[in-house]
Design a protein around this ligand. Structure first.
Ligand code: FAD
Length: 466
């Protein structure tokens, strides 16, 4: 069987590319995971992720890694140029074109059920916060954001999927692409089936990044950058009341600090107002993450506080370093994440069940986290950075560095290989485009979706249809 366009991966990148191609070119999506209606995590999100599903329903399936996620949609803020760096490396795009594409993504999300409420437009509040942040030596990056919520996002994904199918896009689930033959212009699945294409879009996300890395090596796909960096830190949990002021104006505030002692770059990421800390299991280690819902609310707010560490010669395995840190932290937690009160970290002692129980202001939302000592797993430099950044953030969000604040580890973000693509997301191999997080060009739902629209436009142009 042959298609005009084959898209590998049904994450936001792949689905938005298909959205643009639907009704114009004969398009098929091959997705190794399940349909959104069948993506169920057997564990309660507030307690534990597991490894029972292969592929994992959290990171794979129609909707991609974002399908069951918090659904924070981050858009650049035209008033604030610093916001152009969030969600992907889009330096190669004209800023006006980027805004145009983000607006297009937003319109599609709204059409399919994303909420009307838009954060980031209360400029008076933002300017006030910006002033306070800068006075404390903190960079604040204002964005425009919507929050769909992990309870509502599957409905939005389903609505987009239905529209694609109605317009003739074939969506094949439980089909893993294991090889691409660019000479014959065919993809091969794990069952040995072959499908021909005129154009191919690789949109495999992080779950397909290691396969893509290997394929890129075998077929000389040009690489722009092989990252030597990793982000390591903690998830911070505080009473929601101390962050309500800022999170009511900006749902997921992006704050950046250069630490005093080590000159390291720390950032806040993935704030979940009135949400839950959750865990993700990766076999021999686990990581923490967060989510929040549109309807149900907890009384805590959590966010990631991450340090960016770049390695130099001779070491070039940052991801392995991160995995080792995660393994040792998980081991200390007896196979679970660790939770520690900030007071205990400051005093150089472990948290215990009774110390956590006494922590009257804030109780952990992740019940399977084990009270422990993060400083027995993390390097001193990372601990210095965490303490320093929290003190600085406290000047902008008073109370965030209170003794009662809870810290969870391991919180690690890995970087993928960055492929070399042109302004239409086209690789050096004819008729092959690469988009989204797997290609290393985006870092989020909206960024991945934007690259999908661009690749589709590139193909339509190549066909003389735009
Ligand atoms: C728990 C969690 C919460 C998140 N929360 C947010 C958030 O609130 N806001 C935000 O902006 N971002 C969030 N993200 C990140 C966001 O989901 C990703 O940045 C985004 O989904 C990337 O889109 P993508 O299309 O590039 O790849 P993905 O969404 O990863 O999709 C790739 C798809 O390709 C499939 N695939 C991989 N290899 C193959 C293969 N060989 N054959 C066939 N199919 C294949 C995968 O199964 C997957 O479904 C979150 C991620 C996680 C894991």
């Amino acid at each position: 069987m042959k298609f005009d366009v084959i898209i590998v991966g049904a994450g936001p990148g792949g689905m938005f590319a298909a959205y643009k191609l639907a009704g114009k070119l004969n398009t098929a999506i091959f997705e190794m995971g399940r349909d959104i209606s069948k993506r169920k995590c057997p564990s309660d999100l507030s307690e534990s992720y597991c490894t029972k599903c292969n592929p994992c329903n959290i990171t794979s399936g129609v909707g991609g890694a974002g399908g069951l996620s918090d659904g924070k949609l981050n858009y650049v803020h035209p008033e604030y140029p610093s916001s152009f760096s969030v969600g992907g490396d889009f330096d190669f795009l004209d800023p006006n074109y980027l805004i145009e594409k983000m607006n297009e993504v937003d319109e599609i999300f709204l059409k399919h059920g994303a909420p009307d409420e838009l954060y980031g437009d209360d400029l008076e509040k933002i300017e006030d916060f910006l002033k306070r942040a800068n006075a404390a030596g903190i960079e604040f990056v204002p964005l425009r954001q919507r929050h769909v919520g992990s309870d509502e996002l599957p409905k939005v994904v389903k609505s987009i999927e239905d529209k694609l199918k109605k317009e003739g896009v074939k969506i094949y689930t439980r089909k893993t692409v294991v090889d691409i033959d660019p000479e014959r212009k065919v993809v091969r699945t794990e069952k040995g089936e072959e499908f021909g294409y005129d154009y191919l879009i690789i949109a495999v996300g992080r779950s397909g990044a290691s396969w893509l890395e290997k394929w890129a090596r075998d077929y000389n796909l040009e690489v722009a950058e092989n990252s030597k960096a990793i982000d390591v830190g903690v998830r911070v949990e505080v009473p929601a009341s101390i962050m309500d002021d800022i999170t009511s104006a900006i749902y997921d505030p992006k704050l950046r600090v250069i630490t005093k002692r080590h000159d390291d770059y720390m950032r806040t990421f993935c704030t979940c107002p009135r949400g839950w800390v959750i865990r993700e299991d990766y076999g021999d280690f686990c990581l923490v993450n967060g989510h929040s819902k549109a309807k149900e609310k907890s009384s805590n707010t959590n966010f990631a506080l991450l340090g960016h560490y770049e390695f130099t010669e001779p070491f070039d395995e940052p991801n392995e370093w991160g995995r080792d840190l995660a393994r040792i932290t998980t081991k200390l937690g007896g196979g679970n994440p660790i939770v520690q009160r900030l007071k205990d970290l400051r005093l150089g002692r472990r948290s215990t069940e009774s110390r956590i129980k006494n922590n009257r202001l804030v109780q952990p939302t992740l019940k399977t986290a084990i009270p422990g000592d993060i400083s027995l797993a993390y390097p001193g430099r990372a601990i210095d950075d965490i303490l320093d950044a929290l003190e600085r953030l406290d000047k902008v969000i008073p109370g965030v560095a209170d003794d009662s604040t809870l810290l969870y580890a391991p919180e690690v973000k890995f970087y993928s290989l960055k492929l070399k693509v042109d302004e239409w997301m086209k690789t050096n191999i004819p008729y092959i485009y690469a988009i989204g997080d797997g290609a290393g060009v985006s870092r989020g739902i909206v960024g991945a979706a934007v690259t999908g629209l661009i690749a589709a436009e590139g193909i339509l142009r190549e066909r003389g249809m735009e």
